[in-house]
Design a protein around this ligand. Sequence first.
Ligand code: TYD
Length: 326
Amino acid sequence: MKNCRIIDFKKIGNSDVGFLIALEGNREVPFNIKRIYYIYNVPKEIKRGFHTHKRLEQVLICMNGSVKIKVDDGNEKKIIELNDPSKGLYIGPGVWREMYDFNQNLVLLVLASEYYDESDYIRDYEEFMKYKNNKKNKSIKDVFIHDKAIVDSRSIGAGTKVWGFTHILPDAEIGENCNICEHVFIENDVKIGNNVTIKCGVYIWDGVFIEDDVFVGPCVTFINDIHPRSKMYPETFERTFIKKGSSLGANSTIMGGITIGSYSTIGAGSVVLKNVKNYEIVVGNPAKPIGYNCQCGAKLKKRNNIYKCKCGKSYKIIDSILKSIF
Ligand code: TYD
């Protein structure tokens, strides 16, 4: 189900000494964590939830005991039992949830992407179905769609252009003022921000998330299954994050499950297997760092531990991360 999946957390330790799990925002948890709450001491006959959120993303982790969660995206319904603290249930916006069969010892921890806001809830199922149908039938305004493109998605921001022989599947979300060139294929579990350029011949598979101002060069290749086998599908696809302002050079290949840092540059033809830091320039196969570039794209020059750009901006490495200083 789009917008709802199990995340397997990495366990540190073994059964002799016990386990430790560390979760960081925008890494194991696919958003910035703004709020944590927990539910416990719930009598077995009680049912909770019965709502959806319009924007909020959550990860539910059963720290102890067990609970069943019914999720429903308006098309498909699923029942998931949570009983293992090494697994998180990610629930994105627009998924109805009902919780029941609480085991007496249950402690359910919830990590949330937003502060508490009652106006983000829909608590009536009929209203939820109306909300989902409105989204499906939404007309897209101020979007240029070439008459030889197939655009099934209704979530495309104003000012975006979609050129011929491009196909966009129904659940893909695309921001404003993007340029999606010819011969591009965009799957369902894909989010693209504002002012993004996708050049010709790019296939963007489920699990690829592209932030604002990113340039995706011609024939860039994304991977979302690290061990592909014909007709065998992973339970979940790898999730790849292309952060704000970065540029992926022509024909580069981006391994699944990695993060390409903000304002970084991937050299043409590179094969990127590891996370790339903010502002880093990487080239080759496997891609290796060769320096840093400015937000404007020009290469930075290092003098006395300060990285300077001809545009006037300066940067410094603080805690092994390049940061803009003035
Ligand atoms: P609700 O989201 O309805 O919980 P559940 O789905 O488990 O029944 O919230 C229950 C009450 O708690 C409701 O009055 C709102 C309040 N609440 C907060 O004040 N802050 C929060 O962060 C949350 C999640 C709930």
